[in-house]
Design a protein. Sequence first.
Length: 402
Amino acid sequence: MSSLFNAPTLFLCLLAGWGLVATLLTASWLLERRSQQLAYWSCGLWCISFGCLLQAVRGLLPNGLGSGVGLSIVFIGVGFIWLGFRVFDGFPKSYIVAFGFSGAWTLFFFGVGGVSTEPNVRVAVYTVLLVSQVALIIHSIWSGWKRERLPARLFIMAMLICYDTITFLRLPLSLLAPVNDVAGVYQTAWFGPLLFILYVNGLGIGIGIFSLSYERSLRQYKRVSEIDSLTGVFNRRAFNELVESRIVAKGGVVALMDIDHFKRVNDSYGHAAGDLVLCRFTGIVTQYLTEGMIFGRTGGEEFTLFVPSERCGDVAALCEQLRRVVADTPIVWRDAVIHLTVSIGIREASQAGEELDAVLLGADAALYAAKDRGRNMVVVGVSQCIGGHHGSPIGGFAPVTA
């Protein structure tokens, strides 16, 4: 058993495993230099790898270099990993907290009698410090999970909890079966098997860190593909994908909104002013969004709002309120003041199973009716929306009145 779980060999395996993951993270960082967390994680894993190397050959080195400096470098590496998670989630970082454990180990090893000479005392001090440092990483990842629920977080936390638990077992095991240090190699029945389990677990942690970075990138790329870069709301493709399944399953109400005379804004004040108008309009509408509503930019100056499971009359009242707020909110552009109005057409999916395209066609027809009647108006397709806050129907449509 002792030959199967040879400690120096296992330390070399740890070096190879951590080094491989460190190489992957470093390559990722070289492609994305602005990613500070990748830099921290890479530094951390390289430090841990070098610390494992010193541990593997400590029988050939002075004790102060193999155990003292080697484990101090391991603590520095774990500190870098903690910093990486803090940066990854936008939390405050502290270099004192990150590298304080390395300083404490160095102080104990070189300044406290018995730590450098007695292997069981050394195991106890190292275990307490490492378990505490890893617990800080677990806490940081859990705090990040509350903000952004990436699946890899749970995997890393599970691996770290397992790692901490196995590491903590060294305390009672060193009391039941004390360690003997023979030529720099720990001699005891439990040390090798425990180190092997930590080796496998450590590989899982490294792979989890790489996966976490990959998941974040995928989510960001997906968000970029779904969000209109100017206004920050859903683009046409994302809006249609989100609404299609909902409107077929449960129905709902669609409101098409078009900023009146938007081309005049671009022609008179320039496209920068037009961009400001689009952003201000989006800001007004998003203030009134509630849970379940979906809002997107589906054309140049055209926006679409989906409201699930609401009476059409209530949606018409909301749109009329939006229309008034837009009209009463002047936009200052340099030395000019831009006054906006918006025309809105509403169409209800009266029953589940109706296709989104059909609902959008109905809303578009109502919108054109609003444009034909002078703009700055909310019009409802009354054949689909009976009752509510609207006036007398004209040609199958009814203007909304306050």
